[in-house]
Design a protein around this ligand. Structure first.
Ligand SMILES: [Zn+2]
Length: 455
């Protein structure tokens, strides 16, 4: 069996993956807070860890994949109030939309998808244990985690307490012994969801959710805990501290973090108005194109989302589906190309795996040997399956994504239009602009020449 290697944020090194129990591999990923459609940055861990799930399933007989749903949060309360609907109505609606979109970008259903509000008793049980062990204290209806008592706090994010205080957003509050202490339980605001507890009516903090739900479905120590790099501190650090404090063990052996996503080189933000919601982008593009884009950079690196990247991804998929069209699939061969397997086992190198797929397609286009074409066809199909790609019926792909135009053709037409303009043939120039628009390409004349973008 091919050895899987993963970059572990806990040890800050590339490690061989050795599961606790080979017959039951366990992975937990922090899921969405369901107040609105997630943005494309949130879709990245969905796709990346779906590939990890597929890979693990190809290597081990059983893989349990848990991805939670955070359905209690201030943003949820505020949004429900804004829309004048109940919290349950809002969260059910967003969860349904989330499932629809997760399927459109090709993710497999997870093994368990627990909702936070269904696991309050399990959270209170851990809070109780933390209190007994001296890691938690109650004050004014709040229960807080006593950070300074945890010797190895900072072990994951590699921060010292002084670093955290210096650059932090820690909240100084009268009920805290120390500004670093974080909330396990707090009183609920009037008119927001609350539950009975030994500390009065209230609601859980965010971090305790994941300790409770991962413990219930995967145990106190499991194999892989994954999520976006932005969750490493404080969320993952606090989850880790909670499990150390309550159970005296490490929560997970491997901590895997994906890098951030930029849009045209900039961070997505409300003030820049460049937040791309998954819902909106899926109205414009086939989910498989979005998936391809999200796998086109190595998961640890920053991914820069541009129209050009979307366009190129669509072109690559056209080429891959086009190659498959040439392959008769008489026999059901399940062999995966060894190079693709090696790329994915080498810390999930999806850009390399995609390149190998494109190379296989090139060989199919060039080959005249039917046996070779058939063998390449099954390598292409099986390799793509591991990445969650090329699962559609060929004709359907081309029906939904026709009208494609290559980058070379675009550049050529832009060149022709430039020439037409210089010859004052404006009718022809307009005709070319119209022709490009019909192919969903918009052009714009700028000081630096003509630029184009895919619509
Ligand atoms: Zn979490």
């Amino acid at each position: 069996m091919k050895k899987l290697q993963l970059y572990n944020s806990l040890s800050n090194s590339l490690e061989d993956f050795v599961p606790i129990d080979e017959s039951n591999v366990r992975i937990y990923v922090c899921g969405p807070t369901v107040y609105a459609s997630p943005h494309v940055g949130n879709a990245r861990p969905l796709v990346v860890f779906d590939v990890l799930f597929r890979l693990l399933r190809s290597l081990y007989p059983n893989v349990a994949y848990v991805r939670n749903i955070t359905d209690v949060d201030d943003k949820i309360n505020a949004r429900a109030r804004e829309r004048n609907i109940s919290i349950r109505q809002l969260t059910d609606e967003v969860i349904e939309e989330f499932h629809k979109n997760a399927a459109l970008i090709g993710t497999l259903p997870v093994t368990h998808e627990p909702r936070a509000t269904f696991h309050i008793a399990e959270m209170l049980e851990i809070i109780q244990k933390l209190t007994e062990n001296g890691f938690a204290y109650e004050n004014q209806g709040h229960v807080l985690f006593r950070v300074r008592k945890m010797q190895n706090y900072g072990i994951l994010s590699k921060r010292t307490l002084d670093d955290m205080i210096a650059g932090s957003r820690v909240e100084i509050a009268p009920y805290k012994e120390d500004p670093m202490d974080f909330v396990l339980w707090k009183p609920a605001e009037e008119g927001t969801p609350s539950w009975d507890s030994p500390f009065g009516k209230g609601r859980p903090g965010w971090h305790i959710e994941c300790s409770a739900m991962s413990r219930k479905y995967l145990g106190e120590t499991f194999d892989i805990h994954a999520g976006g790099r932005d969750l490493m501190f404080p969320h993952h650090e606090n989850e880790l501290a909670q499990n150390f404090g309550a159970f005296g063990c490490v929560m997970a052996n491997y901590w895997i973090h994906n890098g951030m996503l930029l849009v045209n080189g900039q961070k997505m933000s409300k003030s820049l108005g460049n937040i791309i919601s998954l819902n909106d982008i899926l109205r414009q593009y086939d989910g498989e194109i979005i998936r391809y884009v999200l796998l086109s950079s190595h998961y640890q690196k920053t991914l820069d989302w541009t129209d050009k990247l979307i366009f190129q991804s669509k072109q690559s998929l056209n080429r891959l589906y086009g190659a498959l069209k040439l392959c008769p699939s008489k026999t059901e061969n399940t062999d995966v190309n060894a190079d693709i397997m090696e790329a994915l086992c080498g810390n999930l190198n999806t850009p390399l795996a995609l390149r190998i797929l494109r190379e296989i397609a090139d060989k199919i286009y060039k080959s005249t040997n039917p046996n070779e074409i058939e063998s390449l066809g099954s390598q292409l199909k099986n390799g793509a399956k591991l990445l969650g790609l090329l699962g559609k019926e060929n004709d359907n792909w081309f029906k939904q994504n026709d009208g494609a135009i290559s980058q070379e053709e675009i550049e050529k037409l832009i060149e022709e239009r430039k020439k037409a303009k210089s010859e004052k043939n404006f009718a022809l120039a307009d005709e070319i602009r119209q022709k490009l628009l019909e192919k969903n390409i918009q052009i714009e004349d700028t000081k630096n020449g003509t630029v184009w973008r895919a619509l």
